[in-house]
Design a protein around this ligand. Sequence first.
Ligand SMILES: C[S@@+](CC[C@H](N)C(=O)[O-])C[C@H]1O[C@@H](n2cnc3c(N)ncnc32)[C@H](O)[C@@H]1O
Length: 401
Amino acid sequence: MMALLMDTRLLMRKLKDLRSLTPRRNRVKEKWAATRPKYPPTTLALQHFDATYSIQLGQLWPSVRVALLSEKKYGALLNNFSYDDVLADLQAQGSRDFISDTDTQAQPCLEHKSADGVEEESSVDAVKKSDLSGQQLSPLQLSLNIKCAVFPRGDITRFKSARPDMFGLLSYYLMDAASVLPCLALDVQEGHSVLDLCAAPGGKTLALLQTQAIRFLCANDASVSRTLRLRRVLHSYVPKEVLTAEKLRITSFDGTKWGEIERNTFDRVLVDVPCTADRHSLMEDDNNIFSKSRTGERRGLPQVQLELLLAGIEAACPGGEIVYSTCTLSQIQNLRVVEQAICLAGENHGIRLEVVNLQPLTHMFKKTFHFAPDLELGEMVIPHLAANFGPIYMCKLKRLT
Ligand SMILES: C[S@@+](CC[C@H](N)C(=O)[O-])C[C@H]1O[C@@H](n2cnc3c(N)ncnc32)[C@H](O)[C@@H]1O
């Protein structure tokens, strides 16, 4: 019995010695496990969305929730600057360009919700009361230079990574296909000057450049590191001749201050704001806006979004058009921001705006995306298991003064 006790003690001491020799990385792992938050940001995001979207979306929420928690679907934005024409290859794999392959019954133009004759009313009331004027914008001809391949509904095949052509340019860029819609809604015309206020990492900038119609493009992003990513993306897809200082300016300014730098200038302005990025927030704990340390930043988002949209409105020229977009379902970050911006642009800057009806666009692409029904302002792609794109919200405004 005594011998057995001695053996056990010896064994315990040996184990203790062994533990002190354990490689450092294992000890770090133990510490990591002990300090792991009880509620990781992805869990907090899901709790928040369950509480808010179950009310906002009602019966739609359970199916949107399942889609958001499932693997997202990509589109391949074709690079017109690449020597390799890969559309035929992608079609042979079963995908199709959703932009040229639209619903043939759809109207090919956008309509304006006119706010004429109601100057003395608050601009939001005016916009809400207004009827469709039937006034027609030009057809989305130049936007048709933008091509984006997607696999059919229910087909979750993944695209392979793009390969460089003989000049080192990549033939397509993988992105959420619904992200192309705000670029189409912007309806860039030949010779336009365009401001992309929150441009990095550059998917939408690249889509806009595919029109090959822009006279001058200014791509801005407040984050220096993300602006570097934007530069890298552009250099991987666009020839040097297009990236000259006369045609393209890349900046890293705080977009909320843009009105102090440049007003009444651009024909088109894209305001693709930072938001709760719902899909990312549910999937990735890293860099998640729902982490406890970023609560203040998250709560401040609607104010930043409002300031960015107001700056974008000021940067547009009278007659110019602005598209506001997000990748969240949140009404507070979408509809409410646009409503307030319309009010404040009128009250503080004397700028009258009208909301452009994007329904014709949603009709064109209803084969590819699920759109939220009956939104008061703007349009929204909602995730669906059979077409797992989005969420993408977009609202288009036209400056009248
Ligand atoms: C949704 S992302 C833009 C995505 C981009 N448009 C694209 O398609 O690749 C929002 C961007 O806004 C930038 N941002 C945040 N605050 C900003 C500000 N005050 N001014 C300008 N950009 C800002 C972020 O760095 C982020 O890159």
